[in-house]
Design a binder for this molecule. Structure first.
Ligand code: 6GU
Length: 230
């Protein structure tokens, strides 16, 4: 998978892109992530990328020229399966959508200001819009990182244990069972005995039961969907 990220604040992306799972996936060439500084595409002499909204109102709006030039120059190099715009006024991202997007070969993610980007960019260039939840963030950079992390962990070979991404919470529509490590007794709080029993079938059943219990308690909305699917 190749991801081209367009941002006016590329500094926001460098930490998350260069460490941990995403950093290692990049180093081992399991994903190719290229960051483009939107300001470098502005033909304005001050590298301006936003302007006052027509009709008035607060906040600046991202202007079409740098975005069109940047995306058009990328499209001359390769074809893209999606141009994704993170924005709070879109459908909320879920695991099913992440799974689907993670299968694409080349994608562009365009990070915008919260106050918006010129509608013509959305009409003519953007193919997918995603929100990461019903609250407002200042820009699309953090949501873009959320989307990238969620996709990259699913790419072949990125997570060591082949099962572990499929075992994630939400992959089966349920939250995951609690996990424990050593010591077996920490300040009097003990690890459930069954986990140390070595009986893998019983452990599997215990985890399934806990997953159901937890989901029913913490996410009754997901629990209802799960029960009705069975
Ligand atoms: Cl994708 N962008 C912004 N700016 N705020 C958000 C969001 C996206 N998703 C939730 N809040």
């Amino acid at each position: 998978m190749r991801i081209d990220l367009i941002s006016a604040v590329p500094e926001l992306l460098t930490g998350p892109l260069n460490h941990s799972i995403i950093g290692r996936a990049r180093n081992s060439k399991k994903v190719d992530i290229v960051v483009h500084d939107l300001r470098l595409y502005s033909t304005d002499k001050h590298h301006k990328i936003d302007d006052y909204p027509f009709g008035g109102g607060a906040g600046l709006v991202m202007t079409p020229q740098p975005v069109f030039d940047c995306i058009e120059s990328l499209k001359r190099e390769r074809t893209y399966d999606a141009v994704i715009f993170p924005t709070p006024d879109a459908e909320v991202l879920d695991q099913k959508t992440v799974n689907r997007l993670s299968l694409l070969a080349n994608i562009i993610i365009l990070c915008g200001h919260y106050k918006g980007i010129d509608q013509r960019i959305r009409d003519e260039l953007v193919t997918h819009e995603i929100s990461i939840g019903d609250y407002v963030l200042s820009g699309g950079e953090l949501p873009a990182m959320v989307l990238i992390d969620s996709m990259v962990r699913l790419l072949p070979g990125v997570i060591g244990d082949a099962e572990s991404a499929l075992d994630d919470s939400f992959q089966d529509g349920l939250l995951s069972a609690p996990v424990y490590t050593r010591p077996a007794n920490f300040r009097g709080a003990k690890v459930p005995e069954i986990l140390a029993s070595g009986n893998h079938e019983k452990i599997r059943l215990w985890r399934d039961k806990k997953a159901l219990e937890l989901t029913r308690k913490k996410r009754p909305d997901l629990y209802k969907i799960f029960i009705n699917k069975k």
